[in-house]
Ligand binder design. Sequence first.
Ligand code: APR
Length: 312
Amino acid sequence: MRKKVTVVGAGNVGANCALRIAGKQLADVVLVDVVEGVPQGKGLDLLESGPVEGYDVNITGANDYEATANSDIVVITAGFPRKPGMSRDDLLLANYEVVKMATEQAVRYSPETILILVTNPLDAMCWTAYQVSKLPKHRVVGMAGVLDTARFRTFIAQELNVSMSNVTAMVLGGHGDTMVPLVRLSNVAGIPLTELLDQATIDRLVQRAREGGAEIVKYLKTGSAYYAPSAATVEMVESILLDKKKVLPCSAYLEGEYGIHGLFVGVPVKLGAAGIEKIYEVQLKPDEHAALEKSSASVKELIDIIKQKIGS
Ligand code: APR
């Protein structure tokens, strides 16, 4: 039987996730959105690309969740994107309501599903979905590090004029300005980055990766990035559906790993058929550990704001 993926939010990120899932023939896709007609129209338009593109998956759209029943994966992209000058955190309370509702509905129809969160502020939205869904922690995962490292890898490849596929990078921490790129563990075909670039250049590339989302928002003016975010999301979908067990930086619920308790924070995980099959704890240098602590403190601040709002 074909696999089934629901994508909640048929906007820029959601529609591009559907397009990429269909293109790779990974699963049937159900697009869900609050706006009447949009998921149905985009779903049909995507389906009609099938004869040309040569895929046979089914793509449908809906405004309610009945059609999503028994999804193997639910990707949540619903919410409001950033406008120029906004940080991801500015989206917090508006997107909390959206993600809460989407999670409740999605899990009601697909209790065995794996949730992939994309809506920002990412780590806080993962926490929200985890609390609301009551799913085991290995079945709630957030898309952040794959995108952050993709940006960092792009800039490294450009700088060195080498293939992007040769560049490996690692990032920890929250999906925000405090993310922690682990330069020491980044390499080009196994050659440490620190042997290929001077510190000032590395610092410049790290900073550009850190601000990679804002760079796109500044250009687009009316929204945020969606091609790279959807590509990153579908790499995670693929690793789960095909049980590839890729080791990818994702937002995961930590219970003591890296000294962090009760928060979703970006860490390297093994993604397979069961969801998060392992969390890797990398030995950190003191400065890296301090940066991770700072990053997780900023994730905690957002969770505290949500807790205040819901009065718990
Ligand atoms: N249920 C379902 N869909 C919803 C809901 C809801 N409660 N509320 C809003 N939506 C839909 C909107 O109608 C819209 O179609 O979510 C979609 C969001 O799409 P865009 O505005 O195009 O935003 P996008 O660029 O896709 O970003 C979505 O992903 O990367 C993150 O920061 C980004 O949080 C943002 C999210």
